[in-house]
Design a protein around this ligand. Structure first.
Ligand code: XMP
Length: 331
């Protein structure tokens, strides 16, 4: 529409004026905010933007490839993909406390990002001068107020306080005045696919807090495949009365890996394998949330597919806890 069209033109003009002919770095996560910021800045200044995409190995199935396909394949943006999964898994070995895991993942993320950024700024006069972040208006308010420890860590690794100063870079935050809905509309106006712009939030530590206790590569691989089936079926199942998919009818949905084994039966043999929990909630602010009343047919399809297709998981449960007192994530 015309209003959004004007917004894009205005935002593009503002970025060009701010940045001039200088180079910009942006930390791309694949989430809505950094994706829209990247698409907008790329529209404004093209190859003066370099995105750094740190893959910590705790992303969803094929997520890294999809990010590259979109930004490099379709938008022709410059993206440096850093595969740091072994580094992260190594640092997480033997660690089971949720907050300790968050600290490690957040800390390593910043270290890896800084190393890449340092390479891009070191080119002297031609080096990058700006750090772009997908900070949106609610983040600005949030970081001003007192919040729980967990809330403070929420945006912490993509919008890192103090990072621009440490890197000697100026801060570019083109989404700073926008609410989430406006960011989504902007994303659509920039040609990003609906599925990317309307995706559920995904925590920075990723699967690191959805594998309970110690994170292991084997667990992450099982979880990724189970979760992909859950998400596919949420997208496939349409609610008759609203015409919407269950993915769009839920605010956040994901699978949690429980590192315990339970007994099952297959053919004439006994199995002894892992358990996963499906979690789906409806909420307007993520401060309180109701568990979603997903149709039994959907749950049945998902559990059947996970147990049949993911060798190593023989039991699927559904989480019927609301927030409070439960939290949305299990860690
Ligand atoms: P809880 O589990 O506290 O989650 O009910 C509320 C919302 O916050 C997200 N969340 C995080 N996001 N880093 C993030 O970027 C984190 O460490 C983190 N912990 C929770 C969660 O996914 C939900 O949307």
């Amino acid at each position: 529409d015309w209003v959004m069209h004007d917004h894009v033109a205005e935002a593009v003009a503002k970025i060009r004026e701010q940045v001039g002919d200088e180079e910009v770095i942006l930390g791309l996560s694949g989430g809505v905010d950094s994706s829209v910021a990247a698409a907008l800045i790329h529209r404004a200044i093209g190859d003066q933007l370099t995105c750094v995409f740190v893959d910590h190995g705790l992303l969803r199935l094929n997520e890294g490839d999809l990010v590259m396909e979109m930004f490099v394949g379709k938008l022709h943006a410059k993206v440096i993909r850093v595969d740091a999964s072994d580094l992260f898994l190594g640092k997480l070995a033997g660690v089971s406390d949720p907050e300790a895991k968050r600290k490690i993942i957040g800390g390593e993320f910043v270290t890896v990002f800084k190393q890449e950024a340092a390479k891009l700024t070191s080119a002297g006069a031609k080096g990058a001068k700006w750090l772009a972040q997908g900070t949106i208006y609610p983040d600005v308010i949030e970081s001003g107020g007192a919040k729980s420890k967990k809330a403070v860590t929420i945006k912490s690794h993509h919008n890192v306080g103090g990072l621009p100063e440490q890197l000697g870079l100026k801060l570019l935050e083109p989404l700073r005045d926008l609410f989430k809905d406006e960011v989504r509309e902007l994303g659509v106006a920039l040609g990003l696919p609906h599925a990317m712009v309307y995706r559920h939030p995904f925590p920075g530590p990723g699967l690191g807090v959805r594998i309970l206790g110690e994170v292991k590569k084997e667990y992450a691989e099982l979880l990724r495949r189970a979760d992909d089936i859950f998400i596919q079926e949420l997208r496939n199942f349409t609610d008759q009365s609203t015409g919407k998919s269950w993915y769009d009818l839920t605010s956040q949905a994901f699978t949690v890996f429980l590192p315990v084994k339970s007994v099952g039966v297959m053919g004439d043999g006994r199995t002894y394998e892992y358990v996963v929990a499906l979690r789906a909630v409806q909420t307007s602010d993520f401060m309180t949330a109701d568990w979603a009343e997903l149709p039994y047919a959907l749950l049945k399809k998902v559990s059947g597919r996970i147990i049949n297709e993911v060798r190593g998981i023989n039991r699927v449960t559904y989480d019927v806890s609301s927030k409070p007192p439960a939290t949305i994530e299990w860690e």
